[in-house]
Design a protein. Structure first.
Ligand code: FES
Length: 565
């Protein structure tokens, strides 16, 4: 028997407001039969011209609507804020929680029975999933897909990763102004998110691994007609999900989160997925800890040969079979009997899938790396944890002890990094403080500290770098991130001094500051608090309520609450 629809609370009844809600909606030209027990499907659109990655989502929304109408639903598209990674200052991460609140409250406040989430750029996907998890009415994700592979002369370019590599050539005079200008025109050739396994591709894959998309959604390129096809099918499917009352909390169980972590490790996904998955878990009331990521990392081979860990781009991953082919390869490591958005189990979704290119999606028996892409470190320099993407690091630096060179903040780093007399060597460990959730503020992607020019000139292309910042998923290098607690709240990173010895032991999962405990205590006791970055508005609220990296940087008051009524 069909269940009663939430939207009927708005439409049905003899009160004045039932009449006026119907009448005012009919001002948009709808016939009266839209109120006759049709599931109202909100299409939550993060389209914006201030977010190039999501600039095509209006046409995706049209395809979703076709599917909703076809299945007997009533589609209503609505906007939320969008978070353009390239444009927002100080960082889009400052606003992820704000967008999640916009999504949640837009769903709660309106006559919506089910929702299709249209996202793409880095923070838009986790923000929508977090908001939908909190509202907990049936929801399906349609990501916008990766942009076309970048191209410069006869080279394919990965957005982000290759841009950064070529920028180092430009900085050191090995690329001319004219060549650099050509790169600018060819690296991002269409709407859609970045083309490497950066945060956007990772979170699209994670959404699929969670079971929140139709199978195969993540890797379809944005301009490919099949992107619109899957959007239409998702619109069709959400109507059934409403009748089945298949809500996010029924799909995103603890086991589904473990599947998502496993897939993140197998794809060499972005370190940012750790933060976002912790936040999503918090919304669902699931007690997830950093240790779980490390446990899963140790048992999961990294099999996806896509930049920055590998050689290929997302278009190649799509042609090789996409996330379903990855999941089939690591099926023994997954909870295979979980229900997903299409009403089928993980096993049913992937068992007939084939891999069409074994160099792009490797067999589990010949992986890129025997362990997952992201490793969790602990130790006296990161008592609550830190992360390193070891598959994008230099193997010879994964076990390394060296003297610290300290930047007190991002500004100081920028002023000094290219100075010709910076006293650093290939053994130096660069440390940058005050770049965490409260210190920066907003937890920006500053963690891939540029290589000092003096070292680039000597042919050194990587050294160990440590901070309490994040880094772009498109980045690479031996970069330790998310050090928690952050320096701005008195984490030990705050008291590191130039010349202190630091030991990075990736194998042993340790990050050690070789300073005596009593000296660490003495330095912490004399540490001075910096004044807050904001005294009013959203920034003030962020500083008051944001959690540390090991808790997902969500607001403390947004962790689990009940379903939308
Ligand atoms: Fe949007 Fe890279 S800038 S995904």
């Amino acid at each position: 028997m069909p269940r009663s629809l939430r939207s009927q609370q708005w439409w049905s009844g003899k009160e004045y407001y039932n009449f006026s809600r119907r009448a005012w909606l009919r001002s948009e030209g709808f016939t009266a039969d839209v109120f006759e027990n049709r599931p109202v499907i909100g299409i939550c659109n993060s389209w914006s011209e201030l977010n190039n990655c999501n600039a095509h989502l209006r046409s995706v929304a049209e395809a979703v609507k076709r599917g909703v109408w076809r299945a007997g639903g009533f589609p209503l598209e609505f906007p939320t804020i969008s978070l353009g990674e390239m444009f927002m200052k100080p960082t889009s991460m400052l606003f992820r929680n704000l967008m999640s609140m916009d999504v949640e409250e837009s769903i709660r406040a309106n006559p919506i029975d089910g929702v299709v989430l249209l996202c793409g750029c880095d923070k838009t996907t986790p923000a929508q999933i977090m908001g939908a998890a909190s509202a907990d009415i049936p929801a399906i994700v349609v990501t916008g897909g990766p942009m076309l592979s970048g191209q410069w002369r006869n080279r394919k370019l990965g957005a982000g990763t290759d841009g950064r590599k070529l920028f180092d050539l430009f900085r050191t005079g090995k690329l001319t102004e004219e060549e650099w200008c050509e790169v600018e025109g060819g690296i991002a050739r269409s709407a859609g998110h970045c083309t490497v396994m950066g945060t956007a591709s990772t979170m699209a894959s994670v959404a699929e691994a969670l079971g929140m998309t139709l199978p195969g959604c993540a890797a379809i390129p944005a301009p490919d007609s099949r992107r619109l096809t899957i959007a239409e099918l998702s619109g069709q499917r959400i109507v059934d999900m409403v009748w089945e009352d298949l809500s996010p909390s029924k799909i995103m169980t603890r086991e589904a989160l473990e599947n998502a972590i496993t897939v993140n490790m197998a794809i060499g996904g972005s370190t940012n997925a750790v933060v976002h998955l912790l936040a999503i878990a918090g919304r669902l009331g699931i007690d997830l800890h950093l240790d779980e990521f490390d446990r899963i990392s140790r048992r999961t081979p990294c099999i996806v040969n896509v930049k920055p860990s590998g050689e290929y781009l997302m278009e190649d991953m799509f042609e090789a079979g996409g996330v379903p082919a990855v999941m089939k390869e690591i099926l023994p490591l997954l909870h295979a009997d979980l229900i997903t958005a299409n009403g089928k189990t993980v096993r049913e979704n992937v068992e007939k899938v084939e891999c069409w290119n074994r160099d792009v999606i490797r067999a589990a028996s010949s992986p890129l790396s025997p362990e997952g892409g992201t490793v969790i470190l602990k130790g006296n320099l990161a008592p609550r944890g830190a992360v390193i993407k070891h598959t994008a690091a230099s193997p010879h630096l994964l076990q390394h002890r060296g003297p610290a060179y300290v930047f007190e903040n991002h500004q100081q780093m920028r002023e000094l990094i290219d100075s010709p007399d910076l006293p650093v060597t290939a053994d130096t460990v660069l440390v940058m403080k005050n770049c965490g959730p409260k210190g920066a503020p907003g937890f920006p992607e500053w963690g891939q500290i540029p290589m000092p020019r003096v070292l680039l000139d000597r042919g050194v292309s990587d050294i160990v770098r440590i901070s309490d910042a994040r880094m772009s998923g498109t980045s690479f290098g031996t970069v330790v991130l998310h050090v928690a607690p952050e320096s701005a709240v008195g984490g030990p990173l705050a008291i590191v001094e130039t010349g202190d010895e630091i030991d990075l032991d990736t194998e042993g999962r340790n990050l050690t500051l070789h300073v005596a405990p009593e000296e660490i205590e003495r330095r912490l006791a004399t540490r001075k608090e910096a004044p807050p970055h904001y005294e009013r508005g959203y920034g003030w609220m962020f500083l008051q309520h944001v959690n540390q990296a090991d808790e997902g940087c969500d607001f403390d008051f947004l962790r689990k609450c009940g379903p939308a009524k």
